[in-house]
Design a protein around this ligand. Sequence first.
Ligand code: NAD
Length: 278
Amino acid sequence: MAYNLLKGKKGIIFGALNEMSIAWQVAEKCIEEGAEIVLTNTPISIRMGDIQEFAEKHQVPLIPADATNVEDLVRLFQESMKHFGGKVDFILHSVAMSLNVRKKRSYDDLDYDFLQKTLDISAISFHKVLQTAKKLDAMNEWGSVVALSYVAAQRTMYEYNDMADAKAMLESIARSFGYIYGREKRIRVNTISQSPTMTTAGSGIKGFDSLVDFADRMSPLGNATAEECANYCICLFSDLTRKITMQNLYHDGGFSSMGMSYRAMHQYNKSFENDDKK
Ligand SMILES: NC(=O)c1ccc[n+]([C@@H]2O[C@H](COP(=O)([O-])OP(=O)(O)OC[C@H]3O[C@@H](n4cnc5c(N)ncnc54)[C@H](O)[C@@H]3O)[C@@H](O)[C@H]2O)c1
């Protein structure tokens, strides 16, 4: 059901690759809720993914940009403002990649060039987006910027690797930039810490199926889906959340407040039963 929460608003969505992408779900909801959007992703992801079809189906501009490249970002904001005939009201940063994860380098055997790339793509790009938007004065007052994070920023998660460091930095950037952008332009900046979700980026993590299952058993409300995450993003882009800023907002069915659940304990005990049978 649509509520017209974003009627008249204009936004830029980074990171939709295919239907599984969280950003894809957000883009669909934004359109349903009455927003005008511009989509962006890297040229290679545009070629490899399905986003071109989405853009054609919904008749929205798709502007290639590498989120780590400031020149690309300047062009993206300028072209978006030209298309909208004005400034932007919301931005979704749904961008992450770790070559250490992809190439299966463990956290105690990191390739440092890969680590620099992880941080640049998954965290510093958020600063670049914010700084470019601010310098170009590309956002309307009371605009909203959201980036996607994960609880591995606070708690060690097996095999999340250098992405944990990137997420910690991402959340810090939301606070540091949120202060300045709020004070000077009344723009809010937040991160949503989302449940593990079956997407292209997610499934690159070793043992991801088990992580998804464990998180689901630990969370009283179960894991949050990509579509539910999109609903939360819409709320944060809307005028109903104008005084929420500089926050890391958990959207995880309660996982982050849990220690042990009945369902997880039950499964854990089963593993002992099997051991006893051996
Ligand atoms: N899937 C999960 O379990 C999960 C959980 C919590 C947070 N997140 C976060 O959600 C966000 C979206 O990931 P997803 O799970 O939807 O996976 P996804 O693979 O669909 O999206 C990741 C996107 O990042 C884009 N990207 C990579 N490098 C880029 C660059 N240099 N410039 C611009 N874009 C670039 C990719 O093209 C892709 O579209 C990420 O920040 C991810 O860490 C995911």
